[in-house]
Design a protein around this ligand. Structure first.
Ligand SMILES: Cc1cc2nc3c(=O)[nH]c(=O)nc-3n(C[C@H](O)[C@H](O)[C@H](O)COP(=O)(O)O)c2cc1C
Length: 179
């Protein structure tokens, strides 16, 4: 992978800490990674961690003053090769399926023209919820791509489907789309 522009969107799942490893690996393979976190994501991991790992400014607030005349969600998407949402909450999936653009991450996805890879992570009961499933199907029909979720131990202590896909699986998929 040679200096590709990747936007990594992190939403407020307990699996958010795993995004640090994903961003670290992507940065090491010479991708320029711009991290966008939802406000909820910052309750799980700090922007400072992601900023240090990505060697790039981490963005959270839609209304944070851009350095250029273009708003951040427009300027970022102009050069992005790929958007990876990792982890993706049930909430962010629902907002994308409904076309809601009420924060920096959803505005960025709506303004983008590149491929969007979504890595859901949630409790199995949330994952199996019919509304969530309908939202995933709707997004798939529109060309959004999904990685996982995986099966196994969940943060709640139970086992089932809903955990974030394995990091190596996510990186393999990202690599495929950037060739
Ligand atoms: C401890 C804790 C863990 C959570 N983990 C998840 C999760 O793994 N997946 C999920 O969809 N929501 C999870 N949530 C709920 C989301 O944080 C909540 O829906 C939030 O509004 C998501 O906001 P965002 O999509 O803007 O990041 C969790 C909440 C808490 C308090």
């Amino acid at each position: 992978m040679k200096t590709k522009e990747i936007i990594v969107g992190i939403s407020g799942s307990i699996a958010a800490y795993k995004a640090v490893e994903v961003v670290s690996c992507l940065t090491k393979v010479k991708a320029r990674v711009s991290v966008i976190m939802t406000a909820s994501a910052t309750r799980f991991i700090t922007p400072l961690t992601l900023q240090t790992i990505s060697k790039n400014r981490v963005m959270v607030d839609l209304f944070d003053g851009p350095e250029e005349f273009n708003p951040v969600h427009i300027s970022l998407t102009e050069k992005a090769d790929l958007i990876l949402i990792c982890p993706a909450t049930a909430n962010i999936i629902a907002k994308l399926a409904a076309g809601i653009a009420d924060d920096l991450l959803t505005c960025t996805v709506l303004a983008s023209q590149c491929k969007v890879l979504i890595c859901p992570a949630m409790n199995e009961r949330m994952y199996k919820n019919k509304i969530l499933q309908a939202n995933i199907q709707k997004l798939k029909r529109m060309g959004y791509l999904f990685i996982g979720p995986g099966q196994g131990d969940l943060a709640s202590g139970s086992r089932g489907k809903g955990r974030l896909a394995e990091i190596k699986t996510i990186l393999k998929e990202v690599d495929k789309f950037l060739r």
